[in-house]
Every structure is written in structure tokens, then in C-alpha cells.
Ligand binder design. Structure first.
Ligand code: AMP
Length: 397
């Protein structure tokens, strides 16, 4: 059985065709600059061979058409016939309160997805465009929506209601939703396997530390608290996003800089975070290099990031009444041993004892804590595409 996983952005489309027997991608790639000049599809075969296809890709339907052509190409394709693709799983960013699990897409679901646009105006429209394009190009093939927010729907009102008039929750749906749910769910399931314990008995803190970053408290397999909120701007300081601020700062900057709503949103999402503090880059690799060369602001950005993660880990251990394992995943979490070591330093009170030698690992599933560490520290590469494919398989089989 082969499942196609689609992740649509406004001008990009990532895809993977996964063989559900081996759980490995047999073809994958990225379409960039959809609707713009210079659009291109970069396809990789199962063995990693790269094919670049430059073409006019005016919309998501054209992009899907090219992807499907690449997948059946006699030269570099992954299947002989599209009939071999039994289902399609779509990443959808926001499912609001309507979706607490993945769902098979039908007309009612499409309507509900449109209702969620208000909550994610930048993300949900391209997700919907991708679904429509697949419906057109692959009629009759079951399609599943897998939501970034769904995993966090187990949070209770004392976690997700903000200190605002309650009517704002009722009128506008303002509440904490949380994101990166597919990743947090995947790594928590892997952690249970690695620890050889039932997920239902574990208290886990999952740290998804990439360009976007969020932390989740997972008790008994359920998300009970997470650092991103109404939008993915909240929580940790990130590559270019501010993370949690005193809300008065937002209006203060808006007045001082004469920003309209769009400008302040752009500022907080794209010009802040590690980029804003360091003045160097949003990429932690560049910041690490600059810090090592003595750049004060770069070092400060790394220190703030580690401090933020520690803050959330400590508070999540407090609300769960302890923690059995901390999971590091995503770009920084999987690849930055120094950042992991910084976060785990002085955490003896939680029973964390990092093995500095094992911690040198990058992008491998490894327990990097010492044998006597009461709280385990796990590096688990995330695999959101596989998680989407597994959920699609479960619903369509
Ligand atoms: P992601 O959003 O999960 O793709 O993560 C992207 C981020 O991971 C990049 O912006 C980098 O800052 C970070 N990253 C990737 N590789 C490394 C590395 N070797 N050391 C430090 N940071 C890394």
C-alpha cells in the first residue's frame, strides 16, 4: 500500500509517497514559487537521486499534476500507475475546535475547513487549495486531513482559556489551540517504544525545536499543555518569531512605529526572535558560529532560547507532577548538542543527568541520558509525513 502525503504552503508544496510496508518514502520532493516566476519542482527518487523540473506552475492544480507526472515517470518515478496510490493524506494547519482527530475529507469536512480559515488565514487557504487540486487530479481516491491542532484538543479549559472576557472565546474562538501536534504525537509514541513502557503511564515533555518551536506536556499520551497558543507566534522565542511577550509591548511598538495590523503581524512573525536579538540570522547554525566568534548578541540569542526552553520544561514538570522523559526533536532539537546540553544543565532537581558523550548524536533516535538519570533525555527525529501517512492508512483501510 502506498500513501501520498501533501503539505501545501501558499507558494510551495511538499510531498512524499510512502510505502506503508517499509514505512519509507519511495519518492518525494518540493514545488517552489507556485504562481510566481521561476517556479520549479525538485523531485527525489527513493534512492536520493535528484531531478529538477522547471516549468510554469501557475497554481496548486498544476503543481499536483506535475508531482503526479514525476511519480509515474518511467525514468525517475516511484510507481508505474497512479492506481497504486491508495490514499492521500494532507497536512492541515488549523482544525479549530471542530477537529480533535484526523478525518476522511467529504463535502461537510470541506465546509468545516473553510470555517477555520478565519483562525489561520495564511495557512488554511493553501491547504484547502491542495485538497481541491488532488480531488480534481485523483478523483475517487480517499483523502484525509491531518491537523496540527488536533493532538492538543485534549487540553482542558484551565489550560486553553485566556484571561479575556469569556465572550471573546464564544464570539471569536480566541483560545489556546497549540500547533506541531502531529510531531508531538509522533515523538511521544516513539518515546514509549524506546522506553519500553505504555504511553498511558508516561509523563513526557516534547520539545519540538526548529525554526518554529513549541513544547508540549504529554501525560498518558494526551497533550495537557503546550507553548504555542491562539497562533504559532506564542511561547518560545523562535527563529524569527517573538514568542510570548507582555501584550502591552505589542500596542506600544505599534504606536511608536506607526504600524498597521498587517505590519505589526509581519514584524512579530518575521523580524523578531533569534534573528531580531542576534542581528545575525534566524538560523541557529549561523548564530552558533557568530557566538563562538565572540558576538555578544548571538550568544545572548542562544542563552535566551535555552532559558525559555528550561522555563517551559520546569513549569510543565510542575503541572504534570514530574516528568519521565524529555524529548528533543526538529532541526535544532535533533542537531544541536550544545543547545541540548545548555538546556539540560542544572536540571538535577528533575533527575536529569545528560551523558555528554552520547549527546554528540545528530538526527538519530537515541537515549542521551546517563544510565542513572531518573528522567530520560531522548533525541527522536520527527517524521510528520510518516505520522500523516499512518493516520491516513488507519482511516482508509
Ligand atoms: P526545522 O524548522 O525543524 O527544519 O529546523 C530548522 C532549523 O534547525 C534551522 O533554522 C537551524 O537553525 C536548525 N539546525 C539545523 N541543523 C542544525 C545544526 N547542525 N546545528 C544547529 N542548528 C541546526
Amino acid at each position: 500500500m502506498k500513501i501520498l502525503v501533501i503539505n501545501c504552503g501558499s507558494s510551495s508544496l511538499k510531498y512524499q509517497l510512502i510505502d506503508m510496508v517499509t514505512k519509507n518514502p519511495i519518492g518525494k520532493g518540493l514545488v517552489e514559487r507556485i504562481g510566481l516566476q521561476g517556479s520549479v519542482l525538485t523531485h527525489r527518487t527513493g534512492s536520493g537521486e535528484k531531478v529538477v523540473i522547471k516549468d510554469e506552475i501557475s497554481n496548486h492544480t498544476v503543481a499536483i499534476k506535475l508531482v503526479l507526472e514525476a511519480l509515474v515517470s518511467p525514468e525517475y518515478g516511484a510507481v508505474q500507475d497512479l492506481k497504486e496510490i491508495s490514499a492521500i493524506g494532507h497536512r492541515v494547519v488549523h482544525g479549530g475546535e471542530k477537529f480533535s482527530t484526523s478525518v476522511i475529507i467529504d463535502d461537510a469536512v470541506m465546509e468545516a475547513l473553510k470555517d477555520c480559515i478565519e483562525l489561520a488565514p495564511l495557512h488554511n487557504p493553501p491547504n484547502i487549495a491542495g485538497i481541491k487540486a488532488c480531488q480534481k487530479m485523483m478523483p475517487g481516491v480517499p483523502q484525509v486531513a491531518v491537523f496540527d491542532t488536533a493532538f492538543h484538543q485534549t487540553m482542558q479549559p484551565d489550560s486553553y482559556i485566556y484571561g479575556l472576557p469569556y465572550e471573546y472565546y464564544e464570539k471569536y474562538g480566541i483560545r489556546k489551540y497549540g500547533f506541531h501536534g502531529t510531531s508531538h504525537k509522533y515523538v511521544s509514541q516513539r518515546a514509549a517504544i524506546l522506553l519500553r513502557k505504555p504511553l498511558e503511564e508516561l509523563k513526557l515533555i516534547s520539545c519540538h525545536l526548529g525554526n518554529g518551536a513549541s513544547i508540549t506536556a504529554i501525560k498518558g499520551g494526551k497533550s495537557i499543555e503546550t507553548s504555542m497558543g491562539f497562533t504559532p507566534l506564542d511561547g518560545l522565542m523562535m527563529g524569527t518569531r517573538s514568542g510570548t511577550l507582555d501584550p502591552a509591548i505589542v500596542t506600544y511598538i505599534q504606536c511608536r512605529e506607526n504600524y498597521n495590523c498587517e505590519q505589526i503581524n509581519d514584524f512579530l512573525n518575521n523580524k523578531c526572535g533569534a534573528l531580531g536579538v542576534s542581528g545575525v540570522s534566524s538560523d541557529f547554525r549561523d548564530i552558533e558560529v557568530a557566538a563562538a566568534q565572540g558576538n555578544y548578541r548571538a550568544k545572548l540569542a542562544l542563552d535566551i532560547f535555552e532559558h525559555d526552553v528550561k522555563l517551559f520544561v520546569g513549569s510543565y514538570a510542575a503541572i504534570m507532577g514530574g516528568v519521565d522523559a524529555i524529548i528533543f526533536t526538529a532541526g535544532v532539537g535533533e542537531n544541536a548538542p550544545n543547545t541540548r546540553a545548555g538546556i539540560c544543565s542544572n536540571m538535577d532537581y528533575l533527575g536529569i543527568s545528560l551523558d555528554l558523550e552520547k549527546n554528540k548524536v545528530r538526527s538519530e533516535e537515541v537515549d542521551v541520558s546517563k544510565a542513572d538519570s531518573r528522567c530520560r533525555v531522548l533525541v527522536i527525529p520527527t517524521n510528520e509525513e510518516l505520522m500523516i501517512a499512518l493516520e491516513t492508512l488507519e482511516l482508509t483501510q
